[in-house]
Design a protein around this ligand. Structure first.
Ligand code: ATP
Ligand code: MG
Length: 570
């Protein structure tokens, strides 16, 4: 457990001077709360009960009982009253401060954990994300990261509570060592029982958490693929699968609830037994003097009750800590599995060359690539030159898209070289490289926002309206946009579901054209288009390829470009 926590805090660089300062402030508050509460409660209870008995004697009693306090406190009853009231106000202030800390600290920690996971996710290679599944990563970002910070925060809170309880115990020892000793003996079976409950609850919670993560991942994946599921007609099976998991989940949750409830009731049961014993001895047996009760037993009873509630809080925190370690281990495993491929900011030493303003050629020299030992590309060579488009053909699965991914540095070849202007691709900053390559895919990606947002996505300049208009005309988008009442400000639904495949394809092409890229890769772009749109697009592409490096991936025999060259794969 500690090894894992150590790794987490190292990964997150949690031990910064800022967090250390916060941590010490927190501890200081715990000490202050213990002192103000312990002495305040002790003084108040004994003072009030003594005043009503025998006012003149009360100060003497105090002096004997609280001999560890400075003498000036006992100079008059007024001072005692002021000190008591002062202590209580101080305590309210301290409790308010700690409450704020309890709110701020976990938020700060969660923010840090989420950023770290996001940073790692975005720096993973395409292949890793596909393997890991987006659902699992989303889980890490939402539920697990919050749980994990709870875990780290529980550690801090545990320390806080332990200090608080120690302060109370010190005050109790100062009041009366003998009663304190008996109290500790009586608390022993209670602590043991609580410990056993903790183990039981932790086991259940671990199971629950794992299960919930599985259900959420499963659900996210199924909802993401709802169109597919509906087209196959398996929605009822999927519903049943998830529902069965939820049933298991419900059953464990109920068991856990009962066990937890028992844990909450137990301290109260012990408190009632303790109080009844005191009442029995004092009232019926008359064995203990009234003054003795007021001076020792009552304040100690109050402090003892606080200790009990803190002990059970410590227990809950400890339990939470154990539970959340399940999430923490998911995150640590994720991190261990994917060491960063290149730094998120793109500043890693070897990736320093920025994308050139003009690209003359791109050369694949005996490139080989394999996914998990399954060789996809074998000794592949190709020379792409400015003004000469290459049409890449080959049967499905032959690795055409893989070649585009290699060029975009989403994956790296196992052997061979890819040169851009005779410089190895690996020397380039991957971010500026990808930004300089226009890539239009088989499935046009649309995001939530207006058509304009989608067209201008990721652009670091604002194109003139007439430039946008001419691109829309070139790609044939103006045909359907002009029919929309809100034109370019029409909202695009998630995944562009309010547009046809062909319309999305044309929008995607327009988006890339606005970037005016040096290298253009078109991957099956005419797949969803009717004859007229196809002719328009081919015409547009023909204009584009003149001053660019262009790779056209297609099955379509009707695509012909000026000065074209064919390459067949596999
Ligand atoms: N992330 C991945 N993990 C494992 N194998 C993969 C992955 N992506 C692609 N492959 C495999 O690599 C091979 C080539 O895939 P690729 O997408 O390059 O084919 P393609 O020629 O573009 O096919 P299509 O014409 O159908 O688009 C396929 O056999 C596929 O199974
Ligand atoms: Mg493909």
């Amino acid at each position: 457990m500690f090894k894992m926590l150590k790794q987490i805090s190292e990964e997150l660089s949690l031990i910064s001077s800022k967090t250390a300062l916060l941590f010490f402030a927190y501890i200081f508050l715990a000490i202050l709360e213990g002192i103000t509460d312990g002495i305040g409660v002790g003084l108040l209870t004994s003072f009030i009960t003594n005043l009503s008995q025998d006012g003149s004697k009360s100060i003497e009693f105090f002096k004997q009982t609280y001999s560890f306090l400075p003498d000036f406190i006992f100079s008059s009853e007024k001072i005692i009253c002021i000190i008591i009231v002062g202590l209580f106000f101080l305590r309210i202030f301290v409790v308010m401060l700690t409450a704020n800390f309890k709110c701020i600290l976990p938020q700060m920690l969660t923010y840090r954990v989420r950023n770290k996971i996001l940073e790692r996710t975005f720096s993973l290679s395409l292949f890793d994300i596909e393997q890991e599944r987006a659902g699992m990563i989303i889980n890490l970002l939402t539920t697990d990261s919050a749980k994990m910070t709870q875990c780290l925060f529980s550690m801090i809170e545990l320390t806080y509570l332990i200090i608080l309880v120690s302060m109370y115990l010190i005050i109790m020892i100062m009041i009366n060592k003998f009663i304190f000793g008996i109290g500790i003996l009586a608390a022993f079976p209670f602590v043991l029982a609580i410990r056993l409950l903790t183990i039981l609850l932790t086991r259940m919670s671990k199971k629950l958490l794992k299960m919930r993560n599985e259900i959420t991942s499963n659900c996210t994946e199924k909802l993401n693929n709802i169109r597919f599921i509906k087209s196959i007609g398996t929605e009822y099976q999927e519903y049943q699968n998830i529902s069965t998991s939820y049933k298991w989940y419900r059953n464990i949750e109920i068991k856990r609830y009962f066990t937890e409830y028992f844990g909450v009731m137990m301290p109260q049961f012990f408190i009632v037994i303790g109080l009844s014993t005191v009442i029995y001895f004092t009232i019926y047996e008359g064995g203990i003097y009234k003054s003795y009760i007021t001076l020792y037993v009552l304040p100690m009873g109050f402090i003892g009750m606080r200790c009990f509630s803190i002990v059970s809080q410590i227990n809950t925190k400890y339990m939470k800590l154990k539970q959340t370690l399940v999430s923490a281990s998911a995150i640590v495993n994720f991190w261990n599995k994917h060491r960063i491929h290149f730094s998120f900011t793109g500043k890693k030493k070897k990736n320093v060359v920025s994308f050139p303003t003009t690209v003359q050629n791109v050369n694949f020299e005996n490139v080989s690539f394999a996914y998990d030992k399954q060789t996809i590309i074998h000794n592949f060579s190709m020379l792409l030159e400015k003004g000469q488009p290459i049409i890449l053909k080959g049967k499905s699965g032959s690795g055409k898209t893989t070649i585009a991914n290699l060029l975009r540095m989403l994956i790296e070849p196992q052997s061979g070289k890819i040169l851009l202007n005779d410089i190895p691709l690996s020397s380039f900053n991957p971010f500026s490289l990808r930004n300089g390559i226009g890539y239009v895919t088989q499935e046009a990606v649309m995001m939530y926002g207006t058509i304009r947002d989608n067209l201008l996505y990721g652009l670091d300049f604002k194109p003139e309206q007439n430039k946008i208009d001419s691109v829309l005309k070139e790609t044939g988008c103006d045909d359907f946009i002009s029919l929309l009442p809100n034109g370019l400000d029409t909202m695009v639904s998630e995944k562009g579901s309010n547009f046809s495949g062909g319309q999305k394809q044309r929008l995607a092409l327009a988006r890339i054209l606005l970037r005016n890229p040096n290298i253009l890769i078109l991957d099956e772009i005419t797949n969803n288009l009717d004859k007229k749109s196809k002719t328009d697009i081919i015409h547009a592409v023909n204009q584009l390829v003149k001053n660019r490096i262009c790779l056209v991936i297609t099955h379509d025999d009707e695509i012909h470009l000026d000065n074209e060259k064919y390459i067949f794969l596999g």
